[in-house]
Design a protein around this ligand. Structure first.
Ligand SMILES: [Zn+2]
Length: 278
């Protein structure tokens, strides 16, 4: 079993990231599984050095360790950045083009896309690549909590106009490359799961479909945490605003666990939810 913590370094870590880290970490540790830290910087147009550093500060502060991934910001940039794996993403894009799964899209953001019919040249400038999707395509997968789930998808971007592979391709390629087996992500990423499963299906060596998925409820913003100190929109690391006990306590409440006083990682890892529906 291998889960992953996969933050995007386009802002400081927020409670949503932390709850997600906790879920993935606890899920792995309660099953003697491993954890990977993967920082998704391929699509991070707002990436900043301090955001990358913040990820390491916060994980250390929370006491969450990982078995695979960078040891710190320097190691991340040198060896683990998604920019080091562009060949991996290009291989998937090339395969999809060969299999005639792709069309060129020259639309502006707000335009209804009718490019699938136009069959424009994929290699002209200022062109995104979109995945062809047959109308009313429903993708089925099993979710740990929701059970059998069906999601309808529409054509979606796999290569952006700036030439970089889209989030769907990078995330899928990385999950397959590193052998991720269990993915816990927010409900708002159900469509991403479906799109990634769809790409996976179209390739010669699909493996993503073997993953266990858990789409968790959306996490309340920082005001979901009851604290004396008003946080507002933090312009700095969360560790300067909250105590770890407050974060753990609000996470436990969000999970619906009864607990008196402080709760530790060692206590949380025992929660039955992490063992059910494997
Ligand atoms: Zn279009």
């Amino acid at each position: 079993m291998l889960t992953r913590l996969a933050p995007t370094p386009s802002g400081y870590i927020h409670t949503g990231n932390i709850y997600n880290f906790l879920l993935n970490w606890l899920w792995a540790r309660s099953n003697n599984g491993k954890v990977m830290l993967r920082i998704d910087d391929g699509d991070a147009t707002r990436k900043r050095k301090e955001y990358v550093e913040d990820i390491f500060y916060v994980l250390d502060w929370l006491g969450l360790d990982w078995d695979i991934g960078p040891s710190g910001p320097g190691d991340f940039e040198a060896n683990w950045s998604q920019l080091k794996r562009t060949d991996l993403y290009k291989d998937i894009l090339d395969e999809l083009v060969k299999k005639n799964c792709v069309f060129a899209c020259t639309c502006s953001r707000n335009q209804a896309c009718q490019c699938a019919e136009k069959k424009a040249n994929l290699h002209q400038t200022n062109t995104a690549w979109k995945m062809k999707v047959i109308e009313n395509s429903s993708i089925h997968f099993r979710d740990k909590i929701m059970g059998n789930t069906a999601i309808d998808i529409l054509p979606f971007v796999i290569k952006r106009k700036d030439g970089f592979a889209s989030y769907q391709v990078c995330s899928l390629a990385d999950d397959r490359h590193f052998g991720i087996t269990h993915i816990c992500r927010g409900n708002d990423l159900k469509e991403s799961t479906a799109m990634q499963l769809y790409i996976d299906q179209q390739t010669a060596l699909p493996s993503f479909y073997q993953c266990q998925f858990w789409h968790h409820l959306l996490i309340p913003g920082t005001n979901g945490i009851k604290l004396s100190k008003s946080a507002g929109v933090s312009a700095e690391s969360i560790i300067k605003t909250y105590s770890k006990a407050d974060i753990f306590s609000s996470f436990a409440s969000w999970m619906g666990w009864q607990h008196a006083g402080e709760i530790t990682l060692q206590e949380m890892v025992q929660a039955p939810v992490f063992n059910m529906g494997k």
